[in-house]
Write a protein that binds this ligand. Structure first.
Ligand code: SF4
Ligand code: SF4
Length: 67
């Protein structure tokens, strides 16, 4: 079952070409929804993401966006 989502944010996505594999988003996500894929770029599991928006603000490359 999906977790309840915040009404203020959409679930974000990672723009992989901007990701520099710094791990900041992975470490800060309270839902452990972010991991690296085989290409060592961050990927958000939408089943775990609660749309809290935290990762969008921590990424120094502005690679995480709601679209
Ligand atoms: S914080 Fe941004 S640059 Fe760092 S791993 Fe996450 S998406 Fe990539
Ligand atoms: S929006 Fe929140 S729950 Fe979703 S991936 Fe980002 S930090 Fe994790």
């Amino acid at each position: 079952m999906e977790k309840q989502t915040s009404p203020n944010y959409q679930k974000p996505k990672v723009l992989k070409y901007l990701c520099k594999t710094c791990s900041k988003c992975i470490l800060i996500c309270p839902s452990e929804a972010i991991n690296y894929e085989n290409d060592n770029k961050a990927f958000i599991d939408t089943k775990l993401c609660t749309a809290c928006g935290t990762c969008k603000h921590i990424c120094p490359e502005y690679a995480i966006r709601s679209m």
